[in-house]
Design a protein around this ligand. Structure first.
Ligand SMILES: [Fe+2]
Length: 304
């Protein structure tokens, strides 16, 4: 089962100005082949399909707990996309729609983000192509699946670095910086799992691409707090067995701040979910929202 917590895994800065083309670039990290929809669904279905869970508990626990983190990454990137997709256009309620208040939206790269999705995120890549199940590998073979996961995390890092290189917007850069640290943890974790099973020092291939996180200013605070050494259980009682792989004398990668790897109980503190105002002139939630707000206020009061 999954439990939902109404927080983001990290706090995102609110953009000073909308930038739908930056949001389009971030979509690659959501619904691209190596995006968060792919990491989530690969690990989720592998964990559902896992044979001999009891006998292979540390490996099952690793894949299962990272699944929960990936769902939060889908949520994080989606919020980044929504923040950057919040305009341009005239959001006023009384605006004259015959004056083309959203004329600027004709020039955005992913026009459907506004026209169909009202500025929201979707499981698609930076060109608007649907994410699909062909990006999921769940073979039943533990070595093959872990090797696939290692490849997937290295691919995700490659794409995050490229998206980061296109970005000047603090919101998008924060998403990339956070995910680069967490993706590094996951690549390292899958490498250690493979090492335990095969004896091969796969972690020596990291980082791939070969650029250390200290070259990225947005990674600094996460490295300082030791995020690169932590795996979260995302559960009150379960999945502690993965500490046999991530922990027990294993250390941070040579290019990162030194320290022992640790499994953390529960989940990260995270940050608040950003709140975007309605855009009456784009019919979200609708042209005259006051009635909705009034109904919602009444229902809220009833619930107290
Ligand atoms: Fe992720």
């Amino acid at each position: 089962m999954f439990m939902r917590v109404d927080r983001l895994q990290t706090e995102l800065p609110i953009p000073k100005a909308p930038n739908p083309n930056a949001a389009a670039a971030l979509q690659e990290l959501l619904g691209g082949k190596y995006g968060e929809m792919s990491t989530l669904n690969n690990y989720m279905f592998q964990s559902f399909n896992f044979r001999s869970k009891s006998k292979l508990r540390p490996f099952y626990s690793l894949v299962a707990s990272i699944t929960a983190e990936e769902l939060g990454h889908v949520e994080l990137v989606s919020n980044g996309v929504c923040l950057l997709n919040n305009g341009p256009g005239d959001p006023e309620e009384d605006v004259d729609i015959s004056e083309a208040p959203f004329a600027d939206m004709q020039d955005i790269r992913l026009a459907a983000s506004f026209l169909s999705n009202g500025g929201g995120a979707m499981p698609m890549n930076s060109n608007g192509t649907s994410w699909n199940m062909d990006f999921v590998t769940t073979s039943g073979n533990v070595i093959f699946d872990l090797l696939h996961n290692f490849h997937l995390e290295c691919g995700a890092r490659l794409h995050k670095l490229r998206v980061y290189e296109t970005m000047t917007e603090p919101t998008g850069r924060e998403v990339c910086g956070y995910l680069l640290v967490r993706g590094g943890v996951h690549a390292h974790a899958y490498a250690l799992a493979l090492k335990k099973l095969t004896g091969v020092d796969i972690e020596k291939m990291l980082p791939t691409p070969n650029i250390n996180l200290d070259k990225i200013p947005e990674c600094a605070k996460y490295l300082e707090e030791g995020s690169h050494r932590r795996l979260y259980r995302f559960s009150p009682d379960d999945y502690s067995e993965m500490s046999g792989i991530w922990g027990k004398g294993e250390k941070a990668l040579p290019g990162d701040p030194p320290g022992a790897l640790e499994v953390v109980d529960g989940l990260p503190d995270g940050g608040k979910i950003p709140e975007l105002e309605g855009t009456p002139s784009a019919f979200t939630p609708d042209y005259a929202p006051e009635e909705f707000y009034e109904i919602a206020t009444k229902l809220y009061k009833k619930s107290r």
